[in-house]
Design a protein. Structure first.
Length: 452
């Protein structure tokens, strides 16, 4: 990294940032209060609020959002007449999954031999909270923050329950800004500065299949009694073609990505695909993960193998996620998914479908002045490398809410979730070098943007 005052300041702040990130990662802030205590999320929210107050933010508040969680808001005034920039991150995290599969405890930030910092939320997106704090601190130490800064840290992004979206719609002035920096994306690979220009939307449905009044002995009734678990398997199988492509009746799945491409060998490495196992779908990897819909079975309720009895199952459930690309309306995709499930339910089985989450896809205007300011900042932070544009297969529903509320605002997506971070999986980690460089880039961006 080229020496400059901002970079030198951020470098000096990194040891403290590691301590702070460890404190924040220690909160088990999964916004599913059937699995994790609400007090853990409340503790994380208060940590963020205290950090904002310590940096001089005003009007710091814990916002009670309609989904029962809290988002943290703060405002740092800049010079009179300066533009306003909203910095977004979220402090809630995904569940750790199988804790025994973690090499080190998931809620204990740990540096390993590769130099990365491991812990749930280290990259997605508690590291994003630290990125914003470091950028503000660097500017304060080098002449002051040249813009008005609003920070919003969401408390339920990973659950897709829409609490902050609905709160923002009810309080439209609160998050109004000239430019919005969403710190919940990631570089295409470590060391390559990247802005995310598209996000897939998503819909999440819970499916229940019932066939019998109760479980039956498989020897006495099996072969004629309709098996609910088998019916569910048939439904789920209908959502994929032979090559693994997503096949929801009526939903287009042939779009092509015309930007930065994703080498198939590199993708196999990033995704940790086992040798000999084929990738699914058709077209380029970029087509499949950024430009086309993708269905995933997130979970199934059925008897575990250990302790299973010889029974025909009377009922079974599944949680299904459908990612939809820009240009496809998430609500319409939901209707098509529901209709597909209903039409592919075999044997007259009774099926119930409950939608539990939805978010629209997003496409940024990369020709805006803010993107030019970010490209210059990224290049400076990454030793002259040109900023690249990539898609992201994940969803950030708030993006479209903000774009709708503030159509004149420019929205940029950056962050720490590059492939090696393995977000949502076991052994999630963050690169401290990426945290440092992106914090520098964000600080330089705010300087550049103020000068436009």
């Amino acid at each position: 990294m080229s020496p400059n005052p901002i970079a030198e300041t951020v470098a000096s702040l990194m040891p403290g940032a590691r301590i702070e990130l460890a404190e924040l990662v220690a909160f088990k802030s999964v916004a599913d209060f059937d699995q994790f205590p609400k007090s853990e999320s409340e503790g994380a929210a208060n940590w963020v609020a205290d950090a904002l107050r310590a940096e001089g933010f005003q009007d710091v508040a814990l916002l009670d959002t309609p989904d029962g969680t809290q988002s943290v808001y703060g405002f740092l005034p800049g010079p009179e007449g300066a533009p306003t920039v909203l910095l977004y991150a979220h402090y809630d995290v995904q569940p750790p999954l199988d804790e025994s599969a973690w090499v080190t405890p998931p809620f204990e930030l740990t540096e390993r031999e590769d130099g990365r910092w491991y812990g749930r939320g280290a990259a997605d997106c508690k590291g994003g909270v630290l990125m914003h704090l470091l950028a503000v601190r660097a500017l304060k130490a080098n002449g002051g923050v040249p813009v008005n800064v609003k920070v919003i840290a969401e408390g339920s992004e990973e659950q897709g329950t829409g609490g902050l979206e609905r709160y923002a719609e009810q309080h439209p002035e609160l998050l109004k800004a000239d430019t919005i920096v969403i710190g919940d994306a990631g570089n295409f690979r470590v060391g390559l500065p990247t802005a995310t220009s598209t996000l897939r939307g998503m819909t999440l449905v819970r499916v229940r299949v019932d066939t019998l009044g109760g479980n039956l002995h498989s020897g006495q009734f099996g072969g004629a009694a309709p098996d609910a678990l088998a019916a569910l398997v048939r439904i789920l199988d209908s959502l994929r073609a032979e090559d693994g492509s997503t096949t929801v009746d009526g939903l287009a799945a042939d779009a092509a990505w015309d930007g930065l491409q994703y080498d198939e060998g590199q993708f196999r490495k990033d995704a940790k695909v086992i040798d000999g196992v084929e990738l699914i779908g058709s077209g380029t990897v970029a087509d499949r993960i950024w430009a086309r819909p993708a269905v995933t079975v997130l979970g199934i309720d059925c008897p575990p193998v250990v302790g299973a009895t010889p029974s025909v199952q009377a009922g079974a459930r599944a949680l299904i996620s459908l990612r939809v690309p820009p240009g496809t309306d998430a609500a319409e995709a939901t209707k098509l998914l529901v209709a597909h499930i209903e039409s592919h339910t075999p044997w007259g089985a009774r099926v119930q479908i409950e939608q539990i989450g939805q978010g629209q896809a997003f496409r940024a205007n990369t020709g805006s002045p803010a993107y030019a300011a970010m490209a210059e900042a990224m290049s400076a932070a990454y030793d002259g490398q040109e900023m690249q544009y990539a898609g992201q297969g994940g969803s950030i529903p708030l993006c479209n809410t903000l774009a709708s509320l503030y159509p004149e605002a420019e929205i940029l997506l950056i962050g720490l979730s590059e492939p090696e971070a393995q977000i949502h999986a076991v052994n999630e980690s963050v690169s401290p070098q990426e945290l440092e460089r992106l914090s520098v880039a964000e600080a330089l961006f705010l300087q550049n943007y103020a000068a436009i």
